[in-house]
Every structure is written in C-alpha cells, then in structure tokens.
Write a protein that binds this ligand. Structure first.
Ligand code: C2E
Ligand code: CA
Ligand code: CA
Length: 818
C-alpha cells in the first residue's frame, strides 16, 4: 500500500522518525530470524534449492501485483508473500531474509528509483515480515512434513508481519502530514487478512506439491501469472465499462450550459470524476465579456485550500493550455489538456491534473475519454452561449445594454420578492430627447441616451436600471438600501443625471421628469408599478420635472377620462349631445338680444357630464370638430325657430381655439348657415383670448374671414388670460364678454369695478359692445348698469334651458313686455 499526493519536501524530523522506525522494524525482524535460526523450524525438507533462486522469485512476485482503487487510495497487493511462504520452508532462515532484502533493493533502486529513505523503510519492512513469519514457524513446533500446523503458523506469522508493517506505514503517513482517519485504517487490514489467507492457502498447496515434486513450482508460478493477467484484464474491462456507462449517463444529462449556471459546477465535477482526476479546470471564452472565465473542480477528499491551489495550477497548466489554444491535445504523466471546439470555433479549454490513485498515470485510454467528454462539453457550452446570446437580444436594449421593459419588469418582480421592506421605483423621462433627436439627428440622440445611461448606472450597485422606451428609463432600488423616501430618491436621480452634457461637438443640458412609486403601497407587481410611475412622470412635466409621487387619484382620473372620451365619441355619432340656451338681456330695455348655446350631455351610465369636463377632453382627443358642427347646427336650427317670437334674437356659439384657426371652419360655418337657411348676423362666435395670443396674425385673419361671412365675433372670458386691452384695437371683433370672476367681485372689490370700468371705456371707444356674464344678484345688475355695460347674462335673468323651454320663456317674456 502506498499513497500519492504528498509532494512536499519531507521534514528533517519526519526523516529522523522514519529512519528510527525502520531500524526498530529491522531489529525486530533480525531478532525473529535469529530465534528461528537457532531453534530451527522442525521441518525436514527433502531437498534444498540454491538460496539465490528466491531473489528473482521475490522480484517477479512483487511486480506481479493486483491493483484496486479504494476512494482516492490506490491499493496494490503484491505476491511477495507467496515466495516468502514457500522460501521459509525450503531455504535456511538467514538466506530467506537475505534474498528478500536483495530483491527489495533491486526493485527499489533499479526498477522504481526510490529515495534512500523509502528504500530503508521497505527493506526493514521486508526483514520484519520474513522475521515474524520465521519466528512464528519456529515457535509453532511443526511436524516433519507440511500439515495444517504449517499452514496455520504461516498464516499467523505473515499476518503479524503485515499488521506491524501497516501500523508502521500509518505512522509514516502521519509524520508526513497526511491525515489518516481511523475509519481508513480498518479496510486495508481486513483486505490484507483476506489476501494473506489466499496466499497461505496457495503457499501450503505449493509447499506440499513441491515437497514431493520440486518441478511443480513451475506450474504454480505459471498459474499465478495467468491469474494475474486474467485479473488485470478483467479490471481493465470493467473499468472501461464503468467509464462508458458513466460517460453515457453524463452525456444524457448534459444540456446547454453556461459558466453562470449553478448546475455547471456539478457538471465539471462529474467530468473530473469521470476522468479520475484530482483537479479539473475548464477555461471558457466569454465572448460577451471578452475574457476567460473558469470553472474548477477538485477531488472532495483533497485537503488543500482551493484558491492558492487553483492559481498554482493555472500557472502550471499554461504550456498545456497554450497547446490547446492551437487546437492540440496534450497528455503527460499527470496532466491532460484539450481544446473545446464547437461548430463556431474554440469555446474553451479543458485541463485535468493528477490522476487519482498511483496505480497508473494518464494514458491513451484516459485521453480518448477526455476527447469524447470534450466534444460533448464543447457542444453544451456552445449551445449555452447561443441561448444566452438569444436571451440577451430578447431582454436587453441593444443601444444601452440595459434591460428592456419586459426584462426590467421581470427583474423588478424579483426585487420586490426579495425586498421585505419594499422597493422604490422611478420612471425617468429625458425631457429634451425628442428635440435633440429631431434637430440634431439620431446619432446625437443616441449619445444623449448613452450619457444618461452612464449617469444613471453609477448609482448604488444594487439599483435596477432599465430602458423602458424612447427617452424613458426606470430605476428601482430596495427600500433597505435607499432610505425609503420616494421624494429623496427622485431628487437624487435628478441631481445625479441633470446638468450639462457634451455630445460630440454639441453641448446640451440634460433635464428629467421623474415620477415615483413605492411598493407595496402603490402596487405589488412590476407592471402596475411601472405604469403608475410613468403616470406620475407625465405629471412631473408640468411641475418642472418633479419628482411627483403617484396618487390613487391619478388612476381614477385617468380611467374616468378614458371612459368619457370613449363615450363622447359614441355620443357624437349617435347625436346624444344636446344644447341648453341662456338669454342675454340688454341693460335698460330688458330686451333679449340673443342666447348663448351651451353644450349638454347626459350619458346613460356616466350621468350628466359637465362641459368643463368633456370640452377639454374633446379638444385633447380631436373630437372638437364634430362637436362644434353639431352645436352649430342645433343652435342655428333652434334660433331660426324662435325668430317669429323674438325677431333679431341671435344665438352665440362657443368655439375652441384650434377650431377657429382651422381654415375649413370658415367654409363649414358658411355651409351650415346656408343649409339651415338663416341670416349670418344672427350668429355670434364666442372665442377666448387664448386664440389670439397663440398666433395673432392667423387669428385675426380667420376672424376677418368669419366676419366677412356676416357672422359676429365675441371675446369670451375677457380679462382672465393675457388680458391686454390694447390688442383689441386691431382685431375684427364685435363684442367682449367680461368674465364672471369680475362680476363676482363687483360688489365687494373696487379693483374689479375699476377693471370693468376700463374695459367698458376702451370697448366703447373701439365701438364694441360689452356683455357681463354670471350675473346672479340685483346688486350686480344695478352696478353693471351704472358702469355702462350693454348686456347682462346670468342666473338672475335666466338659467341655461332646453330649446323648447327657451321658446316658451321667450314667448312669456314677450307677452310680459307688451
Ligand atoms: P362659458 O362660455 O363662459 O359659458 C358660461 C358658463 O357659465 C356656462 O357653464 C353657464 O351655464 C354658466 N353660467 C351662466 N350664468 C351663470 C350664473 O349666473 N352663475 C353661474 N355660477 N354660472 C353661470 P357651462 O354650460 O357649464 O359651460 C362651461 C364652459 O364650457 C363654457 O364657458 C364654455 O367655455 C364651454 N362650452 C360649453 N358649451 C360649449 C360648446 O358648445 N363649444 C365649446 N367650444 N365650448 C363650450
Ligand atoms: Ca361663452
Ligand atoms: Ca365665459
């Protein structure tokens, strides 16, 4: 029995102890031999061969060993006990010892080239084994001829020698620093008892047959030789079969594999075990990272620490790796390296070091196995890489390399799951991205995004940053690492990203809009959180970038808006939009000068919806055109109906800015007037100041065109927006409507009175009529009359009412006036 793997230089102390032990063993052996030589064995062999015949017998027998591997220990049972057992019977004791010692020396020095210390130890073990066998035989009181007593004595004597030899071996291993567990000591003892039993049986047979016929020794030797050869053949075959079935199992389970797979360590360890190697290294070319990455495996029984060892191995393996790089497989006694070649070229290099057990080194059989494994491993790695590449393409944004929306959501879900204290999510829009893209080109736009990506990703290492659309990003962090305040989080992002940026030759300023949410308060799944963060982000655009924290109201509003727009589209198509009419009264005379048409809409499910709600939505969703058309048509039709009752009482229709500025509107108004068959003077179009401010030139051009149809123009909500009395001068306008706000403050606020007075003065100077709206009280009415307002409109004189009610109201009023 011997061990391998202790290459460290043997310490002085260990050498001294081993030498001392060797001397002790040899002395015991010599003593035993001396006793045997003086007492004699009692056997009287019929002949005695020359003692030196034993030397070749010992040499041959010790090399006729059978091997087996037990865990990483290789066990080798030599046949030396056989010539020893036969020798002690036929040759004088001192000569048996001499022959054994000479054979060991020859074997150790010539055949195995062992160190002197090992030679000394082996010699002394030989002396001890021979001595103990001789001692027991001499003490056994044997008969003249070989019988069971001879067999028993041989068995006991050889076993004692073997046991002492093994104890000595254990001591030596201990001194050499090899850890020997108690559990590891028993199996070899049992094994040697078994082999000793076999050898003594063989020996007794040999002795009895040689006793009568010396030449039968040849037959026995031949038989032993044959058995050895047969056993070795069987061993090789079963080992091969084992490797083949292991290989098959390995290949069967081998799927696409990458370095990062948790399962890859198990795979490389299987390969290591398959190749009976102490160490294995797979160097993998990582094309995406542009470097080598390593997988290691080592024999689990190995006592040495990984890290140092692996770096040492990596160095030692360098020449073999270099060869593999060139596509060559190399093998030497304790190292094999082979390139892993896939269909697209080199994917890695597989290196194994030190064959387990010292029975044999790596040989051609191992090499073939290595190459087969390498082919399979290369395919698995290549497929793994291919899958990883495909996965990357589907999950990462190609420009920035950041996770895309889908991937960001899936990683956010993971983060939520692993963050017991919650997660902060920010949706970030690069405000100037569109402009940069449109005005400076896509390349500069890309540079801007890359710069933003760089600034976003230098935050905390556990932040998740994704690109979720054009110039939009998402950033998420666990609350535990961020403090948990969404406002601070959003401000932090802005502080980090905003500021000047040099994009090639172009300098620009990065500004963000940031919307924040917090899980679990604002949602527990990534999709909801992302959507809500984005809603808040859009809100942030109106408040200088925010950050804006999402509120449940956003969702309700958003849903309501969506429902209203959908319903409005249907309502317009089905004629569900109706009108209410509110009279305008001339101050002083009380005459009804006209009525204002106000859109009304009652939805079967949503109920009555106020114009303040649906008009802005109609404007935002492009429904203003059809809405104005239906209002115009209904208003003019109604107006025509009450002309008999109140001749000259016109109708005022509110028109939004976009509608007025659209040239088609002029044509449409003319067409409706014609189709209804009503005089254009009866129609007043109420526009807000905003129309004019946006594009004064165009506005005045359109207003001029409308006026030339014969239609009157009124400026609604006068005094609220960009109020400037001066711009009225150049405009084709007939009337101004003083906003309800001024009328409200009329009684209590002298400032409001002053405004109204100024408006009246200027308007009258320009030849415009002045209407006050929202008149609710007599007091207001009286004051307005005093201030010189021409007409009043408000709940005091008449609430907005349906067309039929309006007709009835007019009739009643006419009757009353007469
Ligand atoms: P507006 O043009 O200033 O219309 C006057 C609003 O004041 C109307 O509200 C009317 O009902 C209300 N009102 C009238 N007298 C009084 C009063 O004495 N007290 C109070 N508290 N309110 C009074 P309404 O009908 O809800 O319309 C709101 C706004 O919706 C209108 O403001 C107008 O800008 C817009 N709108 C209504 N119908 C149309 C339409 O057909 N087309 C367009 N483009 N806008 C419309
Ligand atoms: Ca109005
Ligand atoms: Ca108004």
């Amino acid at each position: 029995m011997s061990t391998k793997g202790t290459n460290a230089a043997i310490s002085r102390r260990a050498s001294a102890l081993i030498a001392l032990l060797s001397v002790l063993l040899a002395s015991l052996g010599v003593a035993g031999t001396a006793v045997a030589a003086t007492r004699g064995l009692g056997l009287h062999a019929p002949f005695s061969p020359p003692w030196w015949v034993l030397i070749p017998a010992f040499v041959i027998a010790s090399n006729l060993s059978i091997d087996f591997e037990f865990r990483r220990e290789a066990r080798s049972v030599a046949f030396s006990e056989l010539p020893l057992a036969v020798g002690v019977v036929f040759v004088a004791p001192w000569f048996v010892v001499l022959a054994f010692v000479l054979a060991v020396i020859f074997d150790s020095v010539v055949l195995r080239r062992q160190q002197p210390l090992k030679l000394l130890f082996n010699v002394s073990v030989a002396v001890l084994e021979a001595g103990s066998a001789l001692l027991v035989l001499s003490l056994a009181g044997l008969g003249d001829t070989p019988d069971y007593r001879l067999w028993l004595a041989l068995f006991v004597g050889l076993l004692i020698g073997e046991a002492i030899g093994q104890l000595a071996m254990t001591a030596v291993m201990h001194w050499l620093g090899v850890v020997v567990h108690r559990a590891q000591m028993l199996p070899p003892l049992v094994a040697s008892a078994a082999t000793t039993l076999v050898f003594t049986c063989l020996a007794i047979m040999a002795v009895t047959s040689v006793w009568t016929e010396p030449l039968t020794i040849l037959v026995i030797a031949a038989l032993a030789g044959l058995l050895t050869v047969a056993y070795r053949g069987y061993r090789r075959l079963s080992a091969q079969q084992q490797s083949i079935s292991d290989l098959y199992a390995f290949v069967k389970d081998l799927g696409p594999m990458t370095v990062d797979d948790p399962s890859s360590t198990a795979v490389v360890d299987t390969i290591r075990a398959l190749l009976h190697a102490r160490f294995l290294t797979v160097a993998i070319c990582d094309s995406s990272a542009g470097c080598w990455r390593y997988l290691h495996a080592r024999d689990p029984d190995d006592p040495e620490p990984d890290t140092e060892l692996y770096s040492a191995l990596t160095e030692e393996n360098e020449p073999a790796r270099a060869a593999a790089m060139q596509g060559r497989t190399s093998v030497d006694a304790d190292r094999m390296a082979t390139p892993l070649v896939g269909s697209r070229g080199l994917v890695g290099i597989l290196t194994v070091t030190e064959r387990l057990g010292d029975v044999r080194d790596f040989d051609m059989g191992d090499l073939r196995l290595l190459e087969t494994v390498a082919t399979e491993l290369a395919t698995a790695l290549e497929r793994g890489q291919l899958l990883a590449d495909l996965g990357r393409a589907a999950t990462l944004d190609p420009l920035t390399g950041l996770p895309n929306l889908v991937e960001a959501c899936s990683r956010l879900n993971d983060m939520i799951e692993n963050s017991p204290h919650g997660v902060l999510v920010a949706a970030v829009a690069v405000d100037s991205f569109r402009e940069v893209n449109d005005t400076l080109g896509h390349e500069v736009g890309d540079d801007l995004l890359l710069e933003v990506t760089r600034r976003l990703t230098v935050t905390s290492p556990d932040a998740l940053v994704g690109r979720i659309g054009g110039g939009r990003f998402a950033v998420a962090v666990p609350v535990s690492t961020s403090g948990g305040d969404p406002e601070m989080f959003g401000l932090g992002i802005r502080a980090q990203v905003e500021g000047g940026a040099q994009l090639g030759a172009v300098g620009t300023h990065v500004r963000l809009s940031v919307g924040c949410v917090r899980a679990p308060e604002h949602g527990t799944d990534a999709a909801t959180l992302m959507r809500r963060a984005e809603t808040a982000m859009y809100g942030a655009r109106h408040v200088h970038g925010g950050p804006v924290l999402w509120e449940p109201a956003y969702e309700v509003e958003g849903q309501r808006r969506l429902a209203v727009v959908t319903a409005l589209r249907e309502g317009l198509a089905s004629g569900a939009i109706g009108l209410a009419f509110q009279p305008k009264i001339e101050v002083g005379t009380g005459r009804v000068t006209g009525v204002e048409a106000l859109a009304r809409w009652t939805h079967p499910a949503l109920g009555a919806i106020r114009p303040d709600e649906f008009i802005p939505l109609a404007e935002a969703s492009g429904l203003m055109g059809p809405l104005t058309s239906t209002v115009l048509r209904q208003a003019l039709t109604a107006c025509k109906g009450w002309q008999r009752r109140a001749p000259g009482a016109g109708v005022a229709v509110n028109v939004s800015a976009d509608t007025v500025l659209d040239q088609a509107f002029v044509t449409e108004v003319a067409a409706i007037l014609t189709s209804v068959g009503i005089s254009p003077e009866l129609l007043t179009l109420e526009l807000t100041e905003g129309v004019v401010v946006a594009d004064p030139g165009l506005a005045s051009e359109r207003m001029g065109e409308l006026r030339s149809l014969g239609v009157k123009i009124s400026v609604d909500d006068f005094g609220t927006g960009y109020s400037s009395l001066t711009y009225l001068k150049g405009l084709p306008v007939d009337e101004v409507k003083i906003d309800k706000g001024f009328v409200d403050g009329l009684v209590s606020e002298s400032a409001d009175r002053a405004v109204i007075r100024a408006v009246v003065d200027i308007a009258h100077t320009l030849g415009l009529r002045v209407v006050a709206e929202g008149v609710e009280h007599e007091e207001q009415d009286a004051l307005l009359a005093q201030l010189g307002v021409d007409e009043v409109q408000g709940y005091l004189h008449g609430r907005p009412m349906a067309a039929l009610d309006m007709a009835a109201w007019l009739r009643k009023r006419e009757t009353a006036r007469r």
